[in-house]
Design a protein around this ligand. Structure first.
Ligand code: SF4
Length: 216
């Protein structure tokens, strides 16, 4: 009964990897960096320190999920979004409070981000896409300050115009991948994105080539 469906699910996942597909976590990232990733450009490996930062984030997730389980709030954890042509993604959790479902995304953030009165736009974008794919109207961005372990939450309503804008961006990027057009560097891109970008070297090479061509 369900065995065939489960097998098909895995087969489809395999097929999708061979097509152009983005990740929910790409929402808000530099389109040029996503383009490099989809095109399979060589990427700089993260150093040991950065890997420890990611590990720390994973531990935070596990710890908080454990507590939500103990509280009996969890409906599902680490849930893949429904199959679709455009992207892959896995939400941290879906919980129920007073019979109302919420998508929960847990983020381990530094003190500077934690002190802000509003959530990070990249996190907001991701959550909105999960709300869209799971057809859930509300989400929670739960921040843990990695320096102090304080918690803070933002209750977020589904924002259809934002989701449409995100899809428009992904559609444009899909066209650029298909037509092999390197996206322009976004105006006003924050320095930290380039400082931590695994494709910085490739990006610089393309800029240098474009500058050379402009001189001719
Ligand atoms: S180096 Fe900066 S502009 Fe270039 S791909 Fe990376 S994030 Fe984008």
């Amino acid at each position: 009964m369900i065995k065939e469906l489960i097998d098909k699910f895995y087969d489809a996942k395999q097929e999708k990897r061979e097509k152009i597909a983005f990740y929910v976590s790409d929402a808000g990232k530099c389109p040029r960096a996503i383009w490099f990733s989809v095109k399979g450009y060589p990427k700089k490996e993260f150093d040991a320190r950065m890997q420890r930062v990611f590990e720390h984030g994973n531990h935070t997730h596990m710890r908080i999920m454990g507590v939500l389980f103990s509280l009996g709030l969890i409906n599902a954890v680490e849930i893949d979004i429904p199959r679709n042509e455009m992207m892959h993604g896995r939400a941290d959790a879906i919980i129920s409070i007073n019979n109302e479902p919420y998508v929960v995304e847990v983020k381990s953030v530094n003190s500077i981000k934690f002190k802000k009165e509003y959530p990070d736009q990249d996190h907001m974008n991701q959550l909105q896409l999960y709300l869209y794919f799971f057809k859930i109207k509300k989400g929670i961005l739960l921040y843990e300050n990695k320096d102090t372990q304080e918690l803070k939450e933002f209750i977020i309503d589904y924002d259809e115009p934002l989701v449409k804008k995100l899809f428009a961006g992904f559609n444009e990027l899909k066209r650029q991948v298909e037509e092999n057009i390197t996206p322009q560097i976004p105006e006003g891109i924050e320095d930290w994105r380039c400082d931590y970008c695994p494709y910085l070297e490739e990006c610089d090479k393309i800029e240098a080539q474009e500058n050379e061509q402009a001189k001719k």
